[in-house]
Each structure stands twice: as C-alpha cells, then as structure tokens.
Write a protein that binds this ligand. Structure first.
Ligand SMILES: C[S@@+](CC[C@H](N)C(=O)[O-])C[C@H]1O[C@@H](n2cnc3c(N)ncnc32)[C@H](O)[C@@H]1O
Length: 206
C-alpha cells in the first residue's frame, strides 16, 4: 500500500475515534449487530475454544470479546494499521498481543496461527482492482494451519466511490487458485460476503 493510502486510513480512523469513542461507528460499522453477524460467520469456519487466531485489521479487538461471549474463547492476536485504535484496544486488553501495521509488518512466521480472520479491513478503496486484497489472501493463507476467513463488500449490489467492493464469484475463483478447498458464504447480510479457505487435512492422500 502507498504511504498516502496508509496515511488516509490512519487519519480516517483517528477522526472517527475522536467523534465516536469506543463504538462500532468508530470502525465505520453501522452498529454492533452487523459487526457481530460478521464475527459469527467468520467463526463458523470452525473456530473452536482454545484455537489460536490472528485477526487482521482488528480494530478494538472486539472479535476476541465476541468469541468469549459466544462460549468459544480463543488465543487471540490482533494487528491493525491504526495506532489510535490499537491504543484503545491495548487499554481495554493489556494482556493481548496487539500490533500496529499492515499484515506484512507483523513479521509472523508461516503457519503461526490455527486460523487467520479479517473483517472489514479490505473495504478501503485502493483503486487497484483488488490486487492488494489478493496479496493479503496469499499472506493470510501462508500464516494459517487450519484456515482463513475474511469478508468483503459485494460489488454486485454496492458501489460507493471510496469503498472497495468486489464480485463474490471472481474472488472465489482467485481463492480456488490458492486452494480448491475455498468456500463462498453469502446471504447473512445485504452487500457482504465471506470466503473460507481451508488447509488440506494433514495425513490424507488424494
Ligand atoms: C471496518 S473496521 C473493522 C475492525 C474489526 N475487524 C471489527 O470488525 O471490529 C476495519 C479495520 O481495518 C483496519 N485496516 C484497514 N486497512 C488495513 C490494512 N491494510 N492492514 C491492517 N489493518 C487495516 C482499519 O484501521 C480498521 O480498524
């Protein structure tokens, strides 16, 4: 991502945090309910209590709290481009490993986490036809042992100038080039879809 794009994302969230404080509106979600519907769909990839999870674009680390409330607390790590959101997340959760930056800045070793999740962090318009998102899918997949789940805005129904929205079947086709064990999930919210990428089950031959 270009330096100017990073700066824009950081400043947008600095402003929204000043305006809204600790609230889903500071993350540009319309409310808690839509944020948590997305969390449920991500977790339904198969995340069980005790699993290790990396949350990319973690915001306030609310996914950590949601998994605990949902009865499947995880071993959580978060990373986010916004130093302001991470500062608030650290205040709320001094015990959690929380990093500032893009995924590549985290310096994580391959296969470091059972699951890698991402909610809403690829909705910023980068005017690159989805190329950055594709690099992220590959990076996230390299870091997981069990799988990756992420959501995107649906370009068939939503086209807003400063938001990135993509076509579900095209993104699924790209993910299938990473692993045929990719699955599209739709219908849980208008304008949103989720893709799961699973690692091959170990010990099985084709
Ligand atoms: C819509 S918010 C969602 C936050 C969190 N995932 C949640 O659902 O509560 C998107 C977040 O992604 C972060 N973000 C945007 N682009 C990013 C990138 N390329 N790398 C890391 N974080 C990013 C933003 O700073 C923001 O916190």
């Amino acid at each position: 991502m270009h330096e100017l794009q990073r700066k824009r994302i950081i400043e947008r969230h600095r402003d929204s945090l000043k305006r809204h404080g600790y609230h889903p509106h500071a993350l540009y979600w319309s409310g808690r309910e839509v944020q948590e519907i997305r969390f449920r769909v991500l977790a339904d990839i198969g995340i069980a209590a005790g699993a290790s999870v990396l949350d990319v674009g973690c915001g306030f680390a609310d996914f950590n709290d949601w998994t605990a409330r949902a009865g499947r607390p995880v071993r959580y790590t978060g990373i986010d481009l916004s130093p302001d959101l991470i500062a608030m997340a650290r205040e709320r959760h001094p015990e959690l490993p929380l990093y500032i930056g893009e995924l590549a800045d985290g310096g994580f070793e391959p296969a470091s986490f059972d699951w890698v999740v991402l909610s809403g962090a690829l909705n910023e318009q980068l005017h690159d036809g989805g190329a950055y998102a594709h690099r992220m899918f590959l990076q996230m997949y390299a870091l997981c042992r069990s799988g990756v789940a992420f959501n995107l805005l649906d370009g068939r129904s939503l086209q807003i100038h400063d938001l990135q929205s993509l076509i579900p079947e095209e993104e699924l086709a790209f993910c299938r080039s990473i692993t045929p064990r990719s699955k599209l999930v739709q219908g849980y919210l208008a304008n949103d879809f989720t893709i799961y990428l699973y690692r091959e089950p170990t010990g099985q031959s084709i």
